[in-house]
Structures are given as C-alpha cells and as structure tokens.
Design a protein around this ligand. Sequence first.
Ligand code: ZN
Length: 139
Amino acid sequence: MLPGFGKTYQSTEDIASYHAHVYYDGGTKQHAGDLRREMDKRFDVELGRWRDKAIGPHPMSSFQVTFTKDQFVEIMPFLALNRESLFILVHPNTGDGFIDHTDNAMWVGPSVPLNAEWMKRNQDRLQRAAENMVADQQK
Ligand code: ZN
C-alpha cells in the first residue's frame, strides 16, 4: 500500500477460489504423488498437471490444486498435517496473479523465494503502470 493513502482492507468476498502449489524435488516427489492421490480421493478438487520444472513464479517443480472457499477450512489443515517435508504455497485467487502469489501468499511449511526473473518482470510491469498513472495525472 502507498504510504499516506489511509489503510484499506480487502474483503474476502474478492476471493474466487484458492490454489495450493505443491513444490517437490527428486527426494520428495514420491510423497507429493501420494498426497496428490489422497487429496483426489478425499476432496472434490481440480488437480493440475505435474510440472517437472520451475515455471512462472514457481522456483521448483510443482503441481497445482484448485479448491473452493468452502474447502479451505478442510484442505489447509489437511496439508499442514500431511506435508512432511514438502513446501506448499497456498494463495487466494482475486484476479491479480502477482499480488496473489506474493503479498497474499500463505505457506504450509517454510516459504521458498519465488522465481527472481518472474518477480522482476512483474515488478517492472507494476512500476511502469505506476509511472503511466502519474504521467496521466499530469496531463
Ligand atoms: Zn496459483
């Protein structure tokens, strides 16, 4: 938030759904697969493809799980109880992918720095947008 503009609070009504991004490497892929199958069995969730490489903001291999607001209360603790050594990024989907993966992120287990190139690209984009806004106001 920009300083001096007064605090605003975003409503949870802005949340359309959630993603869990389950990060794994060679040593944790087996457990990630077991957890994936168990979630599929227990919950009506949408499972994304296995991504055996860093992609987008994600600094390591991962797969995505999409779930609803109502499922959050069951899925978060399920992941906490069963993550073992996995790192899991959970974020709301509010329509701004950058903010959702950064400021709005919640971690199950320790956090992992997101892909630096992706961060820079998006920060540059926000910086340009802010500059354009200032330029527009000066017209
Ligand atoms: Zn996501």
